[in-house]
Design a protein around this ligand. Structure first.
Ligand code: AMP
Length: 453
């Protein structure tokens, strides 16, 4: 199938062509036609699959059809009075901005109005944009609810509701806000629901929202893109910075997203990278929205080579031409690894993912390899190679299990059903690799930090 086969308005076809898209990605191939037929959709898709266009393109087509059938020529005043017709909610500000940017590109020349709202900044300019009239609104849940409560936003004429990254909403403690928003939607509407994973709680939420949905699943979260080459570096903790320095000095390494588990570590690594003369910035939940946007802009434009991020700040970020992802610290949830490395090798590009593993992280690598169903190649061609091998993992895992059960808390292997929902509920206990983690991003996620507006 090619895009020009799809029954899309010429203006939308032109915008797609201008983006350089010729062939729909698998999720687009499966989702666009059913959405155009006004079906509800349950999409299980990881980031980087083209899911934004999968829902945005047919949404634009439907809105154009609705607008044009009820109007003479370009007198759209009655249409304008209806207010917001399409709402997209997504968990992070960065994702919201990115979706709105995509909508801007895909809707070029259609006359459809769109805007984005998110917390962490004053509401004034967002309210002005809303008052100008909006057809498609992209929002994070907190700010949306605030503005709904202030009666600045009404959803009474909503036609299409899209819930993006549902599992992440749950992780970040937004699920109650999401449920409140859903309650305020008109009964008669089309709903599109996307989640990278489908734990039980998400399936229940989807059931409450969707009517006879078509189900679309592409590349389950356990799979890493073929376009990403993965390498593992066995290295002692105190040599990780030196290894990073050597890698950054390599001229082939053009743009690098470095992941840490904590905000504190992200700041420390960004400072180190700046000290060695390579431009860097850190983004995480403690940085202001403006700082985060500027850092991202500088990174995308190539002004800085390195962006250091925690998982909270960087999920879903789409950076063209990102050459490397570095896991400075190995995530203790294997799915997070898949999300992280999915930042590179997106669309038709290729990418490289490097993971620095110290002795305490061997068990996590083992879990990751189990999830992705393959061994990550160990790179020994560097000055800091040590021999803590994967075979240690069973012992580490046992120690970890013991320490968890001694503390009377849940543990992953104790979760006999292995459902991801209970797995996630145990996150804070599993997170505790050491008491040092008290300032970790994850701890803030379910508490203050994740709900900051
Ligand atoms: P997403 O999963 O929506 O974040 O999209 C990931 C990347 O794929 C973005 O850079 C999109 O611009 C790009 N993309 C989406 N659809 C297509 C397509 N059909 N052909 C080429 N690139 C695409």
């Amino acid at each position: 199938m090619i895009f020009t086969d799809l029954p899309l308005h010429n203006t939308i076809q032109k915008a797609i062509a201008e983006k350089g898209y010729t062939h729909p990605t698998p999720i687009q191939e499966q989702a666009i036609l059913p959405i155009l037929k006004r079906k509800d959709l349950l999409g299980c898709a990881q980031t980087g699959t083209g899911k934004t266009a999968a829902f945005a393109i047919p949404t634009l087509q439907i809105l154009l059809e609705e607008r044009n059938k009820g109007n003479n020529g370009s007198d759209w005043s009655a249409w304008k009075k209806q207010g917001i017709k399409c709402l997209i909610i997504t968990p992070t500000r960065e994702l919201a901005i990115q979706i709105d940017e995509n909508i801007k590109e895909y809707s070029q020349g259609t006359g459809l109005k769109h805007t984005v709202i998110f917390g962490g900044v004053k509401q004034h300019s967002q309210v002005i944009a809303l008052n100008r009239g909006v057809d498609i609104l992209t929002a994070t849940p907190g700010r949306l609810l605030d503005l709904m409560n202030q009666k600045i936003i009404s959803l009474k004429n909503l036609k299409i509701f899209t819930l993006d990254e549902a599992d992440r909403m749950l992780d970040m403690g937004f699920i109650h806000d999401v449920k409140k928003i859903i309650k305020a939607l008109p009964e008669k509407r089309q709903s599109l629901f996307f989640s990278a994973t489908m734990p039980n709680s998400i399936t229940t939420l989807a059931k409450s929202l969707l009517t006879d949905p078509i189900r679309v699943t592409v590349a389950p979260i356990s799979s890493t893109a073929e376009t990403v080459a993965q390498k593992l570096f066995m290295v002692d903790t105190n040599n990780k910075q030196k290894l990073l320095r050597d890698i950054l000095f390599d001229r082939k390494v053009k743009s690098v997203l470095v992941f840490t588990r904590t905000k504190h570590k992200a700041n420390k690594i960004a400072d180190f990278v700046n000290e060695i003369g390579v431009g860097a910035a850190a983004i995480h939940g403690n940085k202001s929205q403006n700082f985060r946007q500027n850092a991202l802009k500088d990174f995308k434009s190539g002004k800085i080579k390195v962006l250091v991020a925690t998982d909270l700040a960087s999920r879903g970020i789409d950076i063209d031409q990102l050459s490397h992802v570095i896991n400075f610290e190995i995530p203790n949830e294997p799915e997070t690894y898949v999300h992280r490395i999915g930042r590179t090798g997106r669309a038709q590009n290729t990418g490289i993912a490097l993971s620095f593993c110290d002795a305490t992280e061997v068990a996590y690598i083992n879990d990751i390899q189990k999830l992705i169903g393959k061994k990550i190649k160990i790179d020994q061609e560097h000055d800091f190679h040590t021999t803590h091998e994967i075979s240690n993992s069973a012992r580490k895992r046992q120690n970890f299990k013991n320490s968890q059960s001694k503390g009377g808390r849940g543990n992953r292997s104790g979760d006999k059903k292995g459902t991801r929902s209970s797995d996630r509920n145990n996150k804070s206990s599993r997170n505790g690799r050491s008491s040092k983690n008290s300032h970790s991003e994850r701890n803030t996620k379910s508490g203050r930090g994740g709900r900051k507006r």
